[in-house]
Design a protein around this ligand. Structure first.
Ligand code: GLP
Length: 260
């Protein structure tokens, strides 16, 4: 796991965008894993900028979203399908047909989850997965207690997560209790994971993720088992890390040709 601590939000976004750009330029039909939440937004902004000004071409790119609320009607402004469309995919030239998320309106939830997993494997798997981090250590919507081998399935949200996400709705009562999410086992199969976290409210989860035991109480800690994970952190999110100085030293001395 590589841990990069940078105070400038735009420099973290630029690094993540560099990785996406290098991938898409070398493999135009690359498969991206897209996350919602505030953390990846600056990356999407930067990619939109590179698309508009630098001709970064997503016309053959495919994308899978991580998770979805159950029961929000299609087109609901806070359904993750809609959020990703608004924040990113409608602003670049990814074909809408190439963007797929778990179906939160499915009548047969297990069948929809299996179909989603099949679509990911049918596309050859995710090349680069962007992730945020919940304050309770969740990735996607894999709440504490999630099986480390889990696949796409229905989950119940912790009240803490519903409170955290209430800012996107007009009240907490509107935040659904149930969600569909790629499993931890699904995320582990992506070839490169870039997780972005900023702010002191993420510091404990970041420490548990990177330096704690691999344990379901911090679902993101499963990333310790992944061979290619990059954490892009601001100083506040990194403030509880025991080895922060070592991570800074390693990154400062890293040959830049290596990329992330
Ligand atoms: C939601 C999403 C997660 C995201 C998390 C953190 O719960 N399901 O994928 O990582 O929020 O969001 P933020 O980046 O806004 O802190």
């Amino acid at each position: 796991m590589e841990i990069v601590i940078l105070s400038g939000g735009s420099s973290r976004a630029a690094l993540a965008a560099d990785a996406v750009e290098a991938l898409v330029r070398s493999k135009p039909d690359a498969v991206l894993g897209l996350a919602t939440g505030a953390s990846p937004l600056p990356v999407y902004e930067e990619l939109v900028r590179r698309h508009e000004r630098g001709g970064l071409d997503f016309s053959r790119t495919r994308a899978f979203t991580l998770d979805e609320y159950v029961g929000l009607p299609a087109g609901h402004p806070e359904s993750y399908r809609e959020v990703i469309r608004r924040d990113f995919t409608s602003r670049v030239n990814i074909s809408e047909a190439n963007v797929l998320g778990p179906d939160g309106e499915a009548a047969d939830v297990p069948a929809a989850c299996r179909a989603f997993e099949d679509a990911i494997s049918g596309a050859g798997g995710v090349d680069l997965q962007l992730l945020g981090l919940g304050t309770d250590g969740h990735i996607g919507f894999n709440e504490p207690g999630s099986s480390l081998a889990s696949r796409t399935r229905i989950k119940t949200l912790l009240e803490q997560t519903r409170r955290d996400n209430a800012r996107f709705f007009s009240s907490q009562a509107e935040v659904p209790h149930h969600v569909l999410t790629q499993g931890l086992g699904t995320v582990l199969e992506s070839r490169h994971v870039i997780l972005l976290a900023a702010g002191a409210q993420k510091a404990q989860a970041v420490r548990d993720l990177a330096e704690g035991p691999v344990a379901a109480i911090c679902p993101a800690s499963v990333l310790q088992l992944h061979p290619h994970v990059t954490l892009l952190l601001d100083e506040a999110a990194a403030s509880s890390l025991r080895l922060a100085d070592y991570y800074r030293h390693s990154y400062d001395g890293k040959p830049r040709w290596q990329g992330l």
